[in-house]
Ligand binder design. Structure first.
Ligand code: ADP
Ligand code: MG
Length: 414
């Protein structure tokens, strides 16, 4: 689902596209409409599924539609790193909106404290705070929460693990009873339910189930430029003769034919399948593959979800799928029902970041294998440095000229 389908504020949509977000993730797709409809919400989804934008976007939309004079939203998070990170995302998404935000966290010096205290007295729409620091501000001065509309608890499970239950309840006691409360959590322990019962009112519950790749899948990856990908696959097919059914995924249908004909040129029996084929032709192609007349099938993601082909021993991701969830679906085509299988991903420079996101989602690093020497010089054998990724992104996305100044939340209005 695209973001404009949520009918979000135009300036907000513009910022979303500058941030490089194209499609809403599953948690965003479910949570954004509920939040726009003012329901309380408890949402469970794994790390890396996009929970931040799931609550930040609808809240920003509401503030933009109804600018307020006081503190509109309080977001409580377990750590200072998370407070900083979320506040930066808010700054990005609100770049074209008259919305102010500040991160409030412990560990800084006295100067930080007084900047925070000042911001709490002035017009600041969104506060992102760690529980301890919030409480120390509450202890010192009166903070006007009269206009507060939203309370968000992010990583609620982690906050409870860290012993913040009492702090959270204490902060909540300062807030208006009539408000929208949103709770996000990666896991679903019983104490979360208890917290939810005490601070949420008739919440909608969302949980995104994501099946991790089956235990039996051996996952590997190569850093390799596009120009060498077909040769590498040929090499793998020759090396691993025991893999009689090989499924190659690519993200666009245009590439299906290119890859298939490249491999046919090397003497392999290859079929390609994409939504371009009519139903009858698709079935014929699948039959060729199932009956092992064709050893290799090249397919797009659209085809990966439904098709149940047994005994696929080797999956090759010709490119890194755009959605991290698609990776799980692709890899899930092998090692079904407790058999074993291998999934190999070919990563070029521009895909490196996407792959990091996948590793975050599946919760582990996929081993990277060096290219076989006979393929010659591989310019992409090393993962790109952070700096190169940054430069590349700067080229692709025109980012806001200058990040708004944290010390002066009023600055963006001028
Ligand atoms: P979570 O809180 O669920 O762990 P985050 O909100 O931190 O996940 O998001 C994880 C990463 O995915 C971040 O780098 C974020 O910018 C990116 N991301 C989130 N939603 C999208 C989207 N719709 N499109 C592209 N990237 C996204
Ligand atoms: Mg998060």
């Amino acid at each position: 689902m695209r973001f404009d389908e949520f009918e979000l504020n135009d300036q907000l949509l513009e910022a979303i596209s500058y941030m490089g977000f194209e499609k809403a993730s599953p948690i965003q797709e479910k949570a954004i409409p509920e939040i726009l409809n003012n329901h309380d919400l408890i949402a469970f989804a794994q790390t890396g599924t996009g929970k931040t934008a799931a609550f930040v976007l609808p809240i920003l939309h509401k503030i933009a539609q109804n600018p307020d004079s006081g503190i509109n939203t309080l977001i409580i998070v377990p750590t200072r790193e998370l407070a900083i990170q979320i506040e930066q995302q808010i700054q990005g998404f609100s770049y074209f909106l008259p919305v102010n935000s500040i991160a409030i966290y412990g560990g800084g010096d006295g100067a930080d404290y007084s900047v925070e205290a000042k911001a709490l007295k002035k017009h600041t729409d969104i506060i992102v705070a760690t529980p301890g620091r919030m409480i120390s501000h509450l202890n010192v001065g009166k903070i006007n929460f009269e206009n507060l509309k939203h309370l968000v608890l992010d990583e609620a499970d982690r906050m409870l693990d860290m012993g913040f239950y009492d702090d959270i309840m204490r902060i909540v006691s300062y807030l208006p009873k009539k408000r929208q409360t949103l709770m996000f959590s990666a896991t679903m322990p019983p104490k979360i339910k208890k917290l939810a019962q005490s601070i949420l009112i008739k919440p909608k519950e969302i949980s995104i189930e994501l099946s991790k790749p089956a235990e039996g899948v051996v996952q590997e990856a190569y850093f390799v430029g596009d120009e060498l990908k077909t040769r590498l696959i040929t090499h793998i097919l020759a090396e691993k003769k025991e893999y009689s059914s090989v499924l190659i995924f690519t993200s666009t249908k245009a590439k299906v034919n290119k890859i298939a004909s490249g491999l046919r040129g090397k003497g392999y029996r290859v079929e390609g399948i994409s939504s371009d084929l009519d139903q009858k032709r698709r079935e014929e192609v699948l039959m060729e593959f199932r009956s092992h007349r064709a050893r290799v099938l090249v397919a797009t993601d659209v085809l990966s979800r439904g098709i149940d082909i047994k005994e696929i021993s080797l999956i090759i991701n010709y490119d890194v799928p755009h959605d991290a969830e698609d990776y799980v679906h692709r890899v899930g085509r092998t090692a079904r029902a407790e058999t074993t299988g291998v999934a190999i991903t070919l990563i070029n420079k521009s895909e490196y970041r996407k792959f990091l996101r996948i590793e975050k989602l599946i919760g582990k690093e996929v081993p990277k294998i060096g290219l076989p020497p006979e393929l010659g010089n591989n310019s992409e054998a090393e993962p790109p440095s952070e700096q190169r990724i940054f430069k590349q992104n700067k080229k692709n996305f025109r980012r806001p000229k200058r990040a708004p100044n944290r010390d002066n939340p009023a600055e963006k209005h001028s």
